[in-house]
Design a protein. Structure first.
Length: 534
């Protein structure tokens, strides 16, 4: 950006560099809204259990087949700044809840579409923003009124099934939902649960139905020496973050050897040190060692001779997860090791799955972390199953944290829209129109659900409005039966947090985009970015 003012001239001063582009006023608003709506249109057909998949092919020819909103938006290359803001909604929704990314993006796109309609009627964006904020706040309050308390784990299983419906592994959602509930039940501490405490490991070459849960850990590693035992029962596990090898001097060092005996003595002293290290580990009762650093060949030999199972160069994140799983402590000094710091497991074993080696740590006592093994016939199947399981985990954990759920199948959106229209009548200014359009935008969710299922969206929305006006607040679309019914009774339920987060994120980004009336882009910077991409 350059600022050049010529006060002596009557000509218009140059304020912006000629290498920059500028869009102002109505054009800027129109471009931003169109860009945001284009992003929403990309994922529109993926919503719901009968949504379609997208095939994404990157520059290297790698293929991803999915209908997961955040995966689609992360894979595509988008340059427009307003469109990128829409992608941030999906990322926020994924980070905070784990599901509902498509809903959040579609709702934001629809809010902007309805705002454009109001702008065409000469209503100022500031008025629209105020109305949208009031509508969002009221919608969150209504959602809390519509939600019900979770009473048993059967409802949690229905939540997991609903989250996975329409995804690749839908045929095995009964098995996968059971694994999700087991995992959350193990890691949950009252109302607290963290999705990072569930490690997902993908294995190719089998059926999704053979997926399983391990009350412990799985490492994509192998033992350091083939002479070590393949499996260890009643494992006492030592976790260390220092190398089992001779330390190299920090400074350049020279050792003068004058005879063969001196050389032999020097070599033997190194071997003695490594042998004593192995014996010390053995004497405290450890029969399994996981090392964050390296393990010397000589140390490997002595560990193998003592019947100790060892694995080296384990990632720091995996070491921390091992500590959670086995209730062991990570040791930083060999002199600090003792029996009380050892982790425990029923069995540690190395298993070859296809062409890869995996180490299973099973049967940990009250592990604070578990592992889910997701199997599938091809990488594409396994990847989509993993995404579905993550969505299910996110939904169940969100439901556990708040302890409240709402009816799915578009029921809650229709009821929200109905009550917001009643709320709009309490407003006296032009904000009333903005609240009404917010209500209209909410109806896009059941409308798109019906459209993606091949149903007539106009007939469905009309019938839903009629039933909700009659007091049936839980009536939604059961897309498995292609009919309208009480979706809560039908087991089509969603966590309250998914809906509140989607409305909050969508309304915030919509109002942020609406307030922009001037877009300045450095053309030179854009050209540099284009060259780097090329």
């Amino acid at each position: 950006m350059f600022l050049t003012l010529n006060v002596m001239s009557n000509k218009m001063p140059f304020v912006i560099s000629e290498e920059s582009s500028r869009t102002i006023g109505r054009d800027a608003q129109r471009n931003n809204i169109l860009a945001a709506r284009a992003v929403a249109d990309i994922v529109k057909t993926t919503l719901g259990p009968k949504g379609m998949d997208k095939m994404l092919v990157d520059r290297d020819g790698n293929i991803t087949v999915t209908n997961d909103g955040v995966t689609i938006l992360e894979e595509i290359e988008i340059e427009h700044p307003a469109a990128r803001m829409m992608i941030e909604i999906a990322k926020t929704q994924e980070r905070e809840v784990g599901d509902g990314t498509t809903t959040a993006v579609l709702l934001a796109g629809k809010l902007l579409e309805r705002a454009e309609y109001l702008i065409e009627k000469k209503i100022h964006p500031t008025v629209i923003v105020k109305g949208y904020k009031e509508a969002a706040e009221r919608a969150i309050g209504i959602l809390d009124e519509l939600s019900i308390q979770i009473e048993n784990f059967d409802i949690l299983k229905q939540i997991a099934k609903t989250a996975m419906t329409g995804k690749g592994p839908e045929d095995n959602k009964e098995i996968l939902s059971g694994l999700i509930i087991e995992a959350v039940d193990q890691i949950a501490k009252g109302r607290e649960a963290n999705i990072d405490d569930v490690k997902i490991e993908k294995i190719y070459g089998s059926s999704v139905a053979k997926s399983e849960i391990v009350y412990g850990m799985i490492l994509n590693k192998e033992r350091v020496n083939k002479e070590m035992p393949l499996s260890v029962l009643n494992a006492k596990i030592l976790l260390i973050d220092f190398p089992l090898e001779i330390k190299n001097p920090e400074k350049e060092t020279k050792i003068e050897v004058n005879s063969v005996e001196q050389l032999q003595s020097f070599i033997e002293s190194e071997e003695k040190y490594l042998r004593e290290l192995g014996e010390k580990i053995f004497n405290i009762g450890a029969n399994v060692v996981f090392c964050q650093k390296g393990i010397d060949d000589v140390a490997q030999y002595y560990l193998a001779k003592l019947g100790i199972f060892a694995c080296r160069r384990v990632a720091k994140s995996d070491m921390e997860k091992l500590a959670k799983s086995t209730s062991g402590k990570i040791i930083s000094n060999i002199n600090d090791i003792n029996e009380e710091q050892l982790g425990k497991a029923e069995k540690v074993e190395e298993i070859k799955e296809g062409s890869e080696f995996l180490i299973y740590i099973r049967g940990c006592d009250n592990p604070k972390m578990v592992s889910l093994i997701i199997r599938g016939s091809t990488p594409h199947v396994v990847d989509e199953a993993q995404r579905a399981v993550k969505d299910g985990l996110g939904d169940v954990i969100s439901a556990v944290k708040l302890g409240r759920i709402v009816a799915g199948g578009g029921a809650v959106e229709i009821e929200l829209a109905r009550r917001l229209r009643i709320f709009s009548k309490t407003k006296t200014g032009k904000e009333q129109l903005a609240v009404e359009e917010f209500a209209n935008a909410l109806e896009c969710i059941p409308e798109i659900l019906a459209e993606n299922a091949g149903m007539d969206p106009i007939d469905i929305i009309t019938e839903l409005k009629k039933r909700h006006d009659g007091g049936f607040a839980r009536e939604g679309i059961n897309l498995f039966e292609d009919k309208i019914e009480d979706t809560l009774s039908a087991g089509i339920v969603e966590p309250l947090k998914v809906k509140t987060q989607a409305i909050e994120s969508a309304s915030e980004v919509a109002t942020l985009i609406l307030r922009v009336d001037d877009v300045l882009i450095s053309q030179r910077k854009k050209d540099l970015i284009s060259k780097e991409i090329d």
